[in-house]
Design a protein around this ligand. Structure first.
Ligand SMILES: [Zn+2]
Length: 488
């Protein structure tokens, strides 16, 4: 419906002369294609090679979920071999969407293969820009929270030591849960394989300074791919939007400096928290006592017998889990997960427009609700005409499904349902089995998969499953390394 029959006059000139060499790539030369996408099938993680025209190569992410085993890691290596072969080792634009293992690990896991590549430009989200004030604030909060969570994990473990039976197991499993999430967020600096180090590796591949992409940027163009425009949809330059993760108006505030500070202060046993933090305390200051002081009081032979008994029974008795102090710890796991999710909203989201008012390839990375909602209001003026975020959705023919098909990463009414092109296909990089083994059920979410099937008329490619029989809209590599989509 929105698919253009009408073509831009500028782009058409190039296309009309088939003898034109690869400089006319945007109009398409190699077998007449405009663009091709390869989605690699290595597991839970993104690695996509987008080729514009004959030979303008964009690599978007190269990662695999942490600790998913050697076999998947080797498959990612095979993907990189294919990328090398296909590009002749030249990547024109290398994109790192956000700081998560499943988008970046390959840059270090297969560093030798990466180092064989020549990179033209590196693109990252503005949230990685070391000179950006809001980016710095967000990074600071994240660090603060990670430190708080490390303390929480230690406290929970220490607490579990004093317990027995079911209580002990429960607390140990809580500590394990927090640690597991922490391992995604930030490994020890001494470790080589950190998401930070992966991101720095990508940064180091830029011959010049990386481009930090912002939705306010005019669409990117290049003489090498005439007619192609690349729009930045996310991350939003708005703190509130970045922190919004859930559909039901549930705004994520957990990593606010205040909250993170309060959390950490509590864990460090500080009692002289300032006014702002004080408001987050469950009780008024006059009703609060320092736990260590009470412990001393309970042991002190001078203490009145009834008071000592009360303290021993209620605070330091057989059931230490009753201590209200631990309520903070119970939240730790959820807190950690939220922080991890907040990073998804720093995803660089790109819409690649093939020709004026042309078809669009949408790479949503792992953007969550807060980012999606802001696309509704985006608009750029291009050659005197306005292009809206919603226009780009309407012209999307290839949708790289957000966050491996999980909930809150593909909006319905203000997202998928606006992708009304009758050519629409959806590609999901996922491994359901692996996700389940990590106790991530709903990756992909069955409800979302059926919505995608409906919207695309059953043109959904899942990297963990073979393509449906007799498909014409996608191709499969004979070695099973990737699925391919082409726009002609
Ligand atoms: Zn991801």
């Amino acid at each position: 419906m929105v698919t253009p029959k009408r073509k831009s006059t500028r782009a058409k000139k190039k296309k009309a002369s088939p003898a034109k060499k690869k400089a006319a790539a945007g109009g398409g030369t190699k077998e007449g294609r405009k663009a091709r996408v390869r989605m690699y099938r290595h597991g839970v993680g993104d690695c996509h090679l987008v080729t514009l025209g004959a030979d303008f190569h964009i690599l978007i992410d190269c990662g695999l979920l942490q600790s998913t085993g050697k076999a998947a890691e080797a498959k990612l290596g095979e993907a990189l071999d294919d990328i090398f072969e296909e590009t002749g080792g030249r990547i024109d634009v290398l994109v790192a969407t956000h700081e998560h293992w499943d988008h970046l690990s390959g840059f270090l896991q297969h560093e030798a293969k990466i180092d064989r590549l020549t990179v033209g430009e590196v693109w990252m989200a503005w949230t990685e820009d070391p000179t950006d004030t809001l980016a710095k604030k967000l990074a600071g909060e994240r660090e603060e929270t990670v430190e708080g969570l490390k303390l929480a994990a230690e406290k929970i473990e220490a607490h579990a030591e004093a317990l027995h039976g079911v209580d002990k197991v429960e607390q140990q499993s809580l500590a394990h849960g927090v640690k597991q999430v922490l391992s995604f967020l930030a490994a020890e600096p001494s470790q080589r394989m950190t998401t930070r180090a992966m991101l720095e590796k990508v940064r180091s591949l830029a011959p010049d300074a990386p481009r930090y992409c912002r939705p306010t940027d005019p669409p990117w163009t290049s003489k090498r791919v005439p007619g192609v425009r690349i729009y930045t949809l996310g991350p939003p330059q708005d703190e509130r939007a970045i922190k919004r993760l859930m559909v039901k108006d549930e705004v994520y505030h957990a990593a606010d400096a205040v909250m993170a500070g309060a959390f950490r202060a509590r864990l460090e046993g500080q009692t002289d928290v300032d006014d702002t933090l004080d408001r987050l305390e469950p009780f008024e200051a006059e009703h609060r006592r320092d736990l260590e002081q009470l412990r001393e009081l309970a042991k002190d032979p001078e203490t009145d017998e009834p008071l000592a008994n009360l303290l021993r029974e209620n605070y330091f008795g057989v059931d230490p889990w009753r201590s209200i102090d631990q309520l903070w710890l119970e939240d730790a796991q959820e807190f950690a997960l939220k922080l991890d999710n907040a990073t998804n909203n720093t995803s660089l989201v790109l819409a690649i427009e093939l020709g004026d008012r042309g078809r669009v390839l949408l790479f949503a990375a792992d953007a969550q609700v807060g980012s999606w909602l802001t696309w509704q209001d985006l608009a750029w003026t291009v050659d005197g005409k306005v292009v809206k975020g919603t226009d780009l959705l309407a012209r999307t023919v290839f949708y790289k499904v957000g966050h491996h098909g999980s909930h809150n990463a593909t909006l319905k009414a203000k997202g998928l349902e606006q992708m009304t092109s009758d050519e629409l296909v959806a590609f999901i990089p996922v491994d359901e089995q692996m996700a389940k083994s990590k106790r991530w059920n709903g990756m992909p979410l069955p409800g979302l998969v059926s919505a995608l099937n409906k919207q695309t008329r059953n043109r959904v490619a899942r990297s963990d499953q073979p393509l449906p029989a007799n498909v014409t809209w996608a191709k499969e590599d004979s070695k099973g390394r990737y699925f391919e989509f082409e726009v002609r």
